[in-house]
Design a protein around this ligand. Structure first.
Ligand SMILES: Cc1ncc(COP(=O)(O)O)c(C=O)c1O
Length: 435
């Protein structure tokens, strides 16, 4: 049955736009997805890190049904709903500092949230240029998508006023041997040169840890050094927490790993229960720079979506200690197991991660570090899939396996996933003669 449906998918859909796992999913539960033929998959991509609390976690479906039965169409801008207020109140509770982060606006997608953050920044400091990092990923709208990872030549030059800055990626730098703190200083000094020559810089946008860029973790002093420079030049730091927010890195916000406070935070994925929403959070001073009628979105912040956000965030807050504890313990356990695999497998160049956001960088040769991009894609979309594991490729060169299970994952499920990857690596090494 699956084969004939896949033929129809190819007939109607633009399947050339994204490398999908070629299965038809029927049911989702906890850490598992099930296809229409009853096959079970361990979901270690967490449907691109949205199902962080587990698929269909307790009560989410009932809460959504409650609102569906009293459906209020449209958005949360032309009038308000209690669901909108609850969502706003709960997301703000995720921050310790309610002076720095006390105003929120909801959008439908991560990309839209990033675009609003940029507009807020430009309105606030009346400067016009923006900077993003090499390897950063902020979505696929026209602005955010023009630059993602390695810029696509086909779309022409970058829009005027967009600057691309170097990001500290130690494994692929010539500074692999020096201390992290020193490396951060070198990169920030380089960044300062760009900023000096750009007096009109409004903001720098960054993920705390590059996700789609391949789980690239900057040194722990990087953002505090960077933010200090930005403040000297009157520029804001926008933190894209779309993937890292609400616990993924073992702390509520990814930026908490880096001893700095961004001016604007954009969150999405994990806090939404899988429904389309993002949140832009900042302080009153910045929020008030926007004017009436500056923002709208027909379906944004509708009651159904806001109920899912309010419920998911409240569920997280109620179970925060246990969930974060599991993220940290299972994260450490996964790193340990994957580093053991690295000793066995020449294809693994580096294993790195924080909490349950882990990357396995695959190379054809450990000395030259030539990216094993084709092998990575084949492992994720073919070899691991056939063995019942869902993982996705990421990275500047598409050669990093993103290992990011839901927060409720168990040791046994991690063992099962690692054992599947072990087999996949043996197969790939044999086929590509990697030794
Ligand atoms: C860090 C980051 N920023 C932005 C986005 C874009 O979000 P969306 O796909 O909802 O527009 C993503 C999506 O994967 C992301 O991981």
């Amino acid at each position: 049955m699956m084969e004939s449906l896949l033929k129809e998918i190819d007939k109607y859909l633009m399947t050339n736009l994204y490398p999908s796992h070629r299965i038809f999913v029927k049911k989702a539960e906890g850490v598992y997805l099930y296809d229409i033929e009853g096959n079970r998959y361990l979901d270690f991509m967490t449907v691109v890190t949205t199902a962080t609390l587990g698929h269909n976690f307790k009560g989410l479906g009932d809460e959504i049904k409650r609102v569906v039965d009293n459906i209020v169409a449209g958005n949360g801008y032309n009038f308000y709903t209690e669901e909108l207020l609850n969502a706003a109140r709960n997301v703000i509770k995720l921050f310790d500092d309610n002076i720095m982060y006390n105003k929120i606006h909801f959008k439908l997608s991560g990309s839209e949230g990033i675009e609003l953050a940029i507009k807020l920044s430009k309105r606030f400091n009346k400067k016009s240029n923006i900077a993003m990092f090499m390897g950063g990923y902020h979505g696929r709208t026209y602005l955010t998508g023009l630059y993602h990872g390695i810029r696509r030549k086909e779309y022409g030059p970058l829009p005027p006023g967009v600057i691309i800055l170097p990001f500290p990626y130690k494994y692929r730098s010539k500074f692999e041997e020096i201390k992290e703190e020193e490396y951060a200083k070198i990169i920030v000094e380089e960044i300062e040169q760009y900023i000096k020559n750009n007096s009109d810089l409004s903001c720098v946008i960054s993920e705390p840890i590059q996700g789609i860029g391949g789980i690239v973790i900057p040194p722990s002093n990087f953002f505090s050094l960077l933010n200090k420079v930005l403040k000297e030049y009157g520029a804001l730091l926008i933190m894209d927490e779309i993937q890292t927010g609400m616990g993924r890195t073992g702390k509520i916000w990814g930026f908490e790993n880096f001893d700095t406070k961004p001016d604007i935070v954009v969150a999405a994925k994990g806090m939404t229960g899988g429904l389309p929403a993002s949140a832009v959070i900042t302080r009153g001073e910045i929020a008030s720079s926007m004017q009436l009628n500056d923002e709208h979105s027909t379906f944004g912040a509708s009651a159904i979506i806001m109920a899912a956000v309010a419920y998911s965030v409240s569920y997280f807050l109620k179970n925060k200690e246990n969930l974060l504890d599991n993220v940290n313990k299972m994260g450490e356990y996964s790193l340990k197991r994957l580093k053991e695999l690295q000793e066995e497998h020449p294809i693994i160049g580096e294993v790195r991660g924080k909490g349950l956001l882990i990357g396995i960088e695959l190379v054809k040769n450990r000395k030259t570090k030539e990216p094993a991009s084709k092998e990575t894609s084949d492992i994720c979309l073919n070899k691991a899939l056939k063995k019942g594991l869902l993982v996705v490729p990421s990275g500047w060169y598409g050669n990093v396996i993103r290992f990011a299970p839901p927060f409720i994952v168990t040791r046994e499920q991690i063992d099962e996933a690692v054992d599947i990857l072990d087999k996949c690596f043996y197969e790939a090494e044999k086929e590509s003669k990697i030794q």
